[in-house]
Design a protein around this ligand. Structure first.
Ligand code: NAI
Ligand code: MG
Length: 367
């Protein structure tokens, strides 16, 4: 593999539309001497149409080799009739599972120009920039025993919260590494007051911090208190690490502090590869948005910010990532808005392609 390899999987619906805008940005970096070896392939419904499977084995193999995978979105009404085993979502799930992507990164970042979109007061969210790291491959969604059994004359539903030390250790390290690249602060959330898995979580995270990350300021919080603090004063946090269940809730909560689904990027990281970079899949949080697909209405920013995360976390290009994020911020400050962000007077409505072009122009004119 050449240096900086990237596999692009546009997928379905608005996936290819938003990915086309990311391609413009990748091409622009290429003209500035920052080349990426890009290959493109099919996933989801598009892969099913071509191969009868939502993820071809060759594509899976490629994903295992590259430095980073960038995915658009999968799914759509056309595929609702398919058998569960070949549904578009299965392609994405297979990627996550076989790449063993155990750390899901969900930033909640508020661009000043969009602070009005939040359900919270402007001063509470403006300038907000936090990151939630959710454990993604273990915990109560996977623990055994599970199921619905009959006991006596009634049914009982069972799920088991289960974490091994090594599972906690590896996600803690991913979070500490991130904190180091950011503001140097990490808050770990569990329910050590009522759950043994929470006691173990707290002990292991503390031990990892004491041993290998003494430079990162570590704190612990019960997850319910964390939910309150996230809505009261989210800017007190930098990086938050938590388990699969609490992370599911807290990352959705944090995301909505900042407004539209069309703005939200994500990353899922696995174990370090031979070159030291973690296995990584970057994707917008949103889906294939069939209601607006093919109309040039999609907001490409979530996908563009996902690529910015790839720059920072897979390629150690933090300065370039910051520059791209600044270009997005500046374009929004200029009043450019895709349809999902309209509503305020003084905004300039733009199409998907116009938004992408404007971001490239900002990049080109920034110092
Ligand atoms: P969705 O995220 O696709 O859309 C929800 C709403 O947000 C729609 O009104 C849509 O128009 C709007 N929206 C989403 N992204 C936008 C963007 N970038 N710009 C402007 N507006 C945007 O979720 P929905 O409707 O529940 O699911 C649609 C399809 O996507 C389904 O087949 C679902 O299974 C799939 N899906 C795929 C995901 C993935 O690939 N990771 C995640 C969520 C859903
Ligand atoms: Mg969720």
């Amino acid at each position: 593999m050449t240096n900086r390899s990237l596999l692009i999987l546009p997928g379905d619906g608005i996936g290819p539309e938003v990915m086309a805008e990311v391609r413009k940005i990748i091409d622009w970096f290429g003209t500035r001497g920052l080349a990426f070896h890009v290959s493109e392939d099919l996933v989801g419904g598009a892969a099913y149409d071509a191969h009868g499977t939502p993820l071809h084995d060759d594509t899976m193999a490629k994903a295992q080799e590259v430095d980073a995978v960038l995915l658009g979105a999968v799914g759509g009404p056309k595929y609702d009739v398919l058998d569960f085993s070949v549904k578009p979502e299965r392609g994405l799930l297979r990627l996550r599972k076989e790449m063993d992507l155990f750390a899901n990164l969900r930033p909640a970042q508020c661009f000043d120009a969009l602070a009005d979109f939040s359900s919270l007061k402007k001063e509470v969210v403006s300038g907000l920039d936090i990151m939630i790291v959710r454990e993604l491959t273990s915990g109560v969604y996977f623990g055994e025993p599970r199921g619905i059994h009959v006991e006596g004359n009634e049914r009982v539903g069972i799920n088991t919260q289960r974490y091994t030390e090594s599972e906690i250790d590896r996600v803690a390290r991913a979070a500490f590494d991130l904190a180091r690249k950011r503001d140097g602060r990490l808050c770990s959330m569990e329910k050590a007051n009522v759950m043994e898995s929470g006691i173990l979580w707290r002990e292991v995270v503390q031990a990892v911090g004491d041993k290998d990350y003494p430079d990162v300021e570590l704190s612990h919080m019960y997850a319910d208190a964390g939910a309150m603090q996230l809505t009261r004063w989210p800017k007190q946090f930098d990086v938050i690490v938590t388990d699969n269940l609490f992370g599911d809730l807290l990352s959705d909560l944090a995301a909505m502090l900042t407004g539209s689904l069309g703005m939200l990027p994500s990353a899922s990281l696995g174990a370090p590869m031979e070159n030291g970079r973690p296995k990584a899949l970057y994707e917008p949080v949103h889906g294939s948005a069939p209601d607006i697909a093919g109309q040039g209405k999609a907001n490409p920013i979530a996908c563009i910010l996902s690529f910015a995360m790839a720059l920072r976390y897979s390629f150690d290009l933090g300065a370039e990532a910051g520059r791209l994020e600044k270009a997005v911020e500046d374009v929004l400050a200029d009043g450019l808005r895709t349809a999902d962000l309209l509503g305020k007077e003084g905004a300039t409505p733009v199409s998907t392609a116009e938004m992408g072009d404007a971001i490239v122009t900002k990049l080109a004119t920034s110092a």
